[in-house]
Structure formats: C-alpha cells, structure tokens
Design a binder for this molecule. Structure first.
Ligand code: XBP
Ligand code: MG
Length: 260
C-alpha cells in the first residue's frame, strides 16, 4: 500500500455524534420559529437521514411525510430560509458545547499533526456548522489544522455521490491511494469508495449501526482511547484497540464482508 499522506474526515456522525441532539433539535427549533407544527422525532429523523443535506431533507420530508402541507409559491426560497434559521440554531447549540468530539478523534488528529500527515474535511453539512463544531471542541485556530474543507453546496451532488471526496483530493493534489477516509454512514462509504479511496475506516453510531459497510476497510464502534479500546464490528483485529497512524500506514484496505 502507498504511504498515507492525508486523513479525510466526514463530520456529522464521525467527528461528533451531531445528528440526533444537534441537527435534529436545530431543525425543530427553526420549524417552531416559523410557526410550523412539524416535529422531527428521533425515529422519524433516522428515516429522513436517508437523504443527505438539510435543504434536500426538508424537501424529502414534504414529498414523503407531509404531503398535505400547503406549499408557498416560492418553495425553494421558503426551504432556504428555514434552513438558514436551522443553521443559526445549530451553531448556537455548538457554541453552548452541546456535542463533544467522539472518542479517539482528537488523539488521532493531534497525532497526524505531530507526524506531518495532512488533514482535510469532506462533508455534506454547511461550512458554518463545521466552524462551529471545530470551534467548540478544539483549541482556538484549530480550523486551520484542516488544509482543505469540502462542505455543503461546494459540489452540487452531495454524498453518496463521490464529488466531495474528489473535490477535496484535487485541492490536496493527492491520489486516492494516498488518503484514508473516516466515515460513519453507508452513504459516506459509497461516496469515498466511488471516489477511488480504498482505505475507509467506519465508526458507527446509533443511526448507522445497521447500514451496509461492505466497501469499508474496517468497521468500529469508535476510534478508541488508551483506557477505552475500540470494538471491531467487521474486519481484522485492531492492534492496541486504537486507530493510530502506525496502524493506518500498514492497514489492509481489503473490504470487509458485505453484509451489515
Ligand atoms: C450529514 C448531512 C448533513 C447534516 C445536516 O453530513 O447529511 O445534511 O445532516 O447539515 P456528513 P445541513 O455526515 O457528510 O457530515 O443542514 O447543514 O445540511
Ligand atoms: Mg456522516
């Protein structure tokens, strides 16, 4: 395998468990502000997550779960405004420190910095949300640790399309064989794999644990800390119970078995 030169992180679900208690709550607050009685429960939100992108998710909700809603003439503008309000609520929640980084994330990021491995982000979420999460969980200025941030509408086709990973690797001038992608969802793995990335590390969460990760290299419950080893859900044993740079440099990219 080629030497790993960069780590590419998904954000929601991977850096932090943001969907249930961050994005979902922010959507509901924006709906309430607008006088809408829409309530995205924990269970409904899990189903809505099949569609990536907040604006796209609102439209999917109206098309499939709330067809009786009388749509304004400018539906796109209405959705954009709702989503803008949702982003404000989300960044407020992050500023309050509502969601921590997942175990092992900071450790691995700091090890990459210490060993000269480059860092980047490849996410579907809005850029302000990335700034807010990094700003509330890492030291001041840490956003600059990430050389490239691919986020939101910078590519029109969101995950599971490969475009965001392709865009980030082009900005880094790196071939897929030189990077590792970190993901939490089936859509994220499809996006990374279709962009040609072979080394894909999945850390599942409550919403994604049952998804198909057949194209991932390893599936874990978390990246692991010295006092809290990662559990391997699919794939070969993980030395020391932690994903670290030594392990990433020698990991076997072979995909795990295809069943979830
Ligand atoms: C997850 C997404 C996003 C978030 C909401 O992105 O699909 O849409 O749920 O954020 P990823 P926005 O896992 O790729 O980080 O409302 O800003 O879209
Ligand atoms: Mg994700």
């Amino acid at each position: 395998m080629s030497v790993v030169e960069a780590l590419l992180f998904d954000v929601d679900g991977t850096l932090a468990d943001t969907e249930r208690d961050g994005h979902r709550v922010a959507f509901n607050r924006a709906f309430a502000d607008a006088g809408l009685d829409w309530d995205w429960t924990v269970e409904l939100y899990g189903r809505l997550l099949t569609v990536t992108g907040g604006k796209e998710r609102i439209r999917h909700y109206l098309d499939n779960y709330n067809r009786e809603f009388v749509r304004p003439d400018d539906l796109a503008g209405f959705i954009s405004e709702l989503h803008r309000a949702k982003t404000a609520h989300y960044t407020d929640l992050m500023a309050e420190g509502a969601i921590p980084l997942r175990p092992g994330v900071r450790r691995l990021i700091e090890q990459a910095r210490a060993t000269g491995v480059r860092l980047a982000i490849a996410t579907t979420t809005t850029p302000e949300n990335v700034n807010a999460l990094i700003g509330s969980t890492l030291p001041a200025g840490a956003i600059d640790w990430f050389e490239v941030i691919g986020a939101g509408d910078i590519v029109p086709a969101k995950k599971p399309a490969p475009d965001i990973y392709t865009w980030v690797m082009r900005e880094l001038s790196l071939a897929p064989a030189r990077v590792v992608a970190f993901e939490d969802s089936g859509h994220g793995v499809t996006s990374a794999a279709d962009a040609g990335i072979e080394r894909i590390v999945v850390t599942v969460n409550g919403y994604t644990a049952e998804q198909d990760f057949g194209r991932a290299s390893i599936v874990l419950d978390q990246l692991g800390e010295p006092d809290s080893p990662a559990q391997v859900l699919h794939g070969d044993a993980l030395e020391h119970g932690m994903v670290d740079l030594d392990w990433l440099q020698q990991m076997d990219a072979a995909a795990v078995a295809s069943e979830p």
